[in-house]
Unconditional design. Structure first.
Length: 215
């Protein structure tokens, strides 16, 4: 993966308003992401998602390795355990991720649904994405997945993800459930053609030691 040109990149207008949405958690699964784009209840989910205003599928997707660390925190009532977050400044990578080529407005609509909001016209996050992110980081709010991070560029197009505002050393780590890990595993198989041994080796490295929570 091409690295960012500097630790604090200057904002640049986006060519044709395209971005790479980079997923490192349950949206590694194409079916899971489809619920945020097309609408509906995703596999393993309970909540109906309205979908993006533009329901066109991502034009491309590629496996990418991120230099920072994956960690699990919080307790999701949907997944019955911790969920994945990414700390771009921490050691412990690489983090296996999947980059989807979408429009800036689609990215904003995906982010809105992750933040339990309804996609709408005039979303200020879309304008932030279109205008470029000064310093490579933008805080939408204090909640989970409300911090937008530019992690580099791919083919000249910004790679964006959302995560928690805090780093991995400033929060208690929790165990993900087997159901949540199964969703991550599905995405790793799809995007990287990993077998069970590859996936187990990755989980052994990134999942906290101890028993994984059962749903």
């Amino acid at each position: 993966m091409p690295p960012a040109e500097s630790d604090e990149p200057l904002a640049q207008p986006l060519p044709e308003q395209d971005v790479w949405y980079v997923s490192y958690g349950s949206n590694l699964s194409e079916l899971r992401l489809a619920a945020y784009i097309e609408g509906g209840v995703p596999p393993g989910g309970k909540r109906e998602n309205p979908g993006a205003r533009d329901a066109t599928s991502p034009r491309r997707d590629l496996p990418v390795d991120l230099p920072g660390a994956l960690y699990f925190a919080g307790h999701s009532p949907q997944w019955h355990g911790g969920v994945a977050f990414y700390d771009h400044d921490a050691e412990g990578g690489p983090t296996a991720a999947r980059a989807y080529l979408v429009t800036a407005h689609q990215f904003a609509d995906i982010a809105a649904q992750e933040m339990y909001r309804v996609p709408q016209e005039g979303d200020p996050l879309a304008e932030v994405v279109i205008g470029g992110i000064d310093g490579g980081r933008h805080h939408v709010g204090p909640g989970h997945y409300e911090t937008l991070v530019e992690v580099g560029q791919l083919e000249g197009v910004p790679m964006l993800l959302f995560t928690a505002p805090h780093g991995m050393d400033h929060v208690d780590h929790t165990q993900p459930s087997e159901a949540y890990l199964a969703m991550l595993a599905a995405g790793l198989r799809e995007s990287r053609q990993w077998d069970d041994d590859d996936i187990e080796a990755y989980f052994d490295r990134v999942v906290p030691q101890g028993r994984r929570e059962e749903p």
